[in-house]
Design a protein around this ligand. Structure first.
Ligand SMILES: C[S@@+](CC[C@H](N)C(=O)[O-])C[C@H]1O[C@@H](n2cnc3c(N)ncnc32)[C@H](O)[C@@H]1O
Length: 181
């Protein structure tokens, strides 16, 4: 994996795309979609056969009101309704919090779980706990903003207690490979 330090959202998205490509991941989940830019990039990857994108599109107090988030959600849902993955299947949108959404996946079924949703300490811990069982042994879980203290602490604690030895980070993106037990 190239060690680059993404300095911008553009570089962060490209890092994720490069990782999904390097993994030749087929089943991909993205949490924290916002306007769908990364979703559209992921949908273009030829070996991605299943793409599920998860976002609440709820109001961000002090940042974006509900009308703004609803407008983004409608745009993304409209794009997903017509987007076709190279394997022919549709992009699935789940408008829900990531933790209940995780429960809809089979265990050991996802090659790549990417997250850029709620960055609060408790939220990151809860999402990694809910998401990791859904990732295939040997698959990756990755996320944005490891530089944020809440994210770093939650990720470090989540994975040191899960026997995941390969926590890596490049200054912004963190990732772990789920062990093959
Ligand atoms: C920083 S934006 C994501 C940006 C996106 N990754 C990109 O490349 O443009 C964070 C998004 O996470 C969503 N979000 C926040 N908490 C969430 C949760 N618990 N479950 C799902 N989505 C959540 C927000 O609605 C928001 O759209």
């Amino acid at each position: 994996m190239p060690i680059v330090k993404p300095a911008s959202a553009i570089q962060y998205r490209q890092t994720i795309v490069d990782m999904v490509r390097a993994e030749r991941a087929r089943v991909v989940v993205e949490v924290g979609v916002y306007s769908g830019i990364l979703s559209m990039m992921l949908a273009e990857i030829e070996h991605v056969k299943s793409l599920t994108i998860i976002d609440t599109w709820a109001e961000w107090p002090g940042k974006f009101d509900q009308a703004h988030m609803d407008a983004l959600a409608l745009d993304v849902i409209a794009w997903a309704a017509t987007a076709k993955l190279k394997g022919g299947s549709a992009v699935k949108v789940i408008r829900q919090e990531s933790i209940p959404a995780a429960a809809t996946f089979d265990d050991d079924s996802i090659n790549f779980w990417e997250t850029d949703g709620d960055h609060a300490y408790e939220a990151v811990k809860a999402e990694t706990a809910a998401g990791l069982p859904k990732v295939k042994p040997g698959g990756l879980m990755a996320g944005d903003n490891y530089e944020a203290p809440t994210v770093k602490r939650a990720v470090d604690e989540s994975f040191e207690s899960n026997n995941v030895v390969s926590l890596e980070a490049n200054g912004r993106v963190w990732w772990i490979r789920k062990p093959v037990w």
